[in-house]
Design a protein around this ligand. Structure first.
Ligand SMILES: C[S@@+](CC[C@H](N)C(=O)[O-])C[C@H]1O[C@@H](n2cnc3c(N)ncnc32)[C@H](O)[C@@H]1O
Length: 287
């Protein structure tokens, strides 16, 4: 029997007991006659059997994401390597994830040499090459539920170059693109940039209607980011996306969290957050 998103990803709290959704599946296993009766009830309510059971779980239980590894804290700013953190998470434990890699700067890619004084703050952050980005993407593919989303921030250069090599061997496919208009004009060597881009990746099987609830999100989004970090991303957009693809209490992952804009978005909409940054946040005592 299918339990949708909660089947592998979550433990279920029922009163004082916390049990694996898997064991709930066992206790709910039933005879053919019982299943037929359930089908009738589901039909009467205009839903499927799994939809019916899902609604019972939603009504009766607090669903808590299973983050059992003591090295990883939930809803905190944690200084830690993102790949180590992802390695602590169970398969398919996250309803969605954000990934905002610390790209090498454009001048570096284009062989301009020294980035110059105004880039020093950015250049001093730990940077990620293709191999590391690929390793993060593979881990995100593993920890996100089937049909779940990974929101990948890219700059102009990486948008043009394409993300296909990073996705090789994963179940992730690009299904949409949102342009973030930062409302602030930056400097560049040719045109002056005002935008960054969010590639919307979905893990197979690809489904739109069942997995994305808010169809009023424009694909050009204007918002000024708070300056919590040199690369802070818009909390309002991220909150809107989280609301569109997850339920309250579900887990959102961000393994390179910078100024923790995704944590802020999760707090606003009552989702659970697991994230870290190699340079920002507190080290965990038992980490
Ligand atoms: C582009 S910023 C993220 C900004 C963030 N999205 C925000 O809204 O504030 C990328 C971050 O990745 C971090 N980083 C680089 N290598 C990392 C690693 N191996 N593990 C975790 N974080 C890493 C950098 O320290 C930097 O803060």
């Amino acid at each position: 029997m299918e339990f949708g998103r909660y089947s592998k990803a979550h433990r279920i709290r029922d009163g004082a007991n916390v049990v694996d959704a898997k064991s709930v599946r066992v206790t709910l296993s039933m005879t053919a006659t019982e299943r037929e009766a359930l089908r009738e009830i589901a039909k009467g309510r205009g839903t499927t059997v799994s939809g019916l059971i899902q609604s019972w779980i939603d009504e009766r239980c607090d669903v808590v994401p299973a983050v059992a590894d003591p090295r990883v804290g939930m809803n905190v700013r944690q200084r830690m390597d993102g790949l180590v953190m992802l390695g602590c998470l169970a398969d398919e434990c996250a309803a969605c994830a954000f990934f905002d890699p610390q790209y090498r700067g454009l001048p570096d890619w284009l062989d301009y040499g020294n980035e110059g004084a105004r880039q020093i703050g950015r250049a001093s952050l730990a940077q990620m090459g293709d191999e590391m980005i690929t390793a993060f993407v593979r881990e995100l593919d593993r920890v996100v539920v089937r049909s779940g989303y990974v929101f990948l921030w890219v700059d102009k250069f990486h948008l043009v170059e394409g993300d296909a090599p990073w996705l090789e061997g994963t179940d992730l496919r690009a299904v949409d693109l949102i342009t973030w208009d930062k409302g602030r004009i930056g400097m560049e060597w040719r045109s002056r940039h005002v935008s960054e881009y969010l590639v919307v990746l979905q893990k197979r099987p690809l489904h739109a209607a069942r997995t994305w609830r808010d169809h009023a999100i424009p694909d050009v989004w204007e918002e000024r980011a708070e300056k919590a970090h040199p690369h802070s991303k818009p909390v309002g957009l991220q909150e809107r996306l989280i609301r569109a693809v997850t339920q309250p209490g579900e887990l959102v992952v961000d393994p390179a969290a910078g100024g923790y804009s995704v944590l802020e978005a999760c707090v606003r909409c009552d989702r659970n957050f697991v994230g870290c940054d190699v340079e920002f946040g507190e080290e965990r005592d038992d980490g």
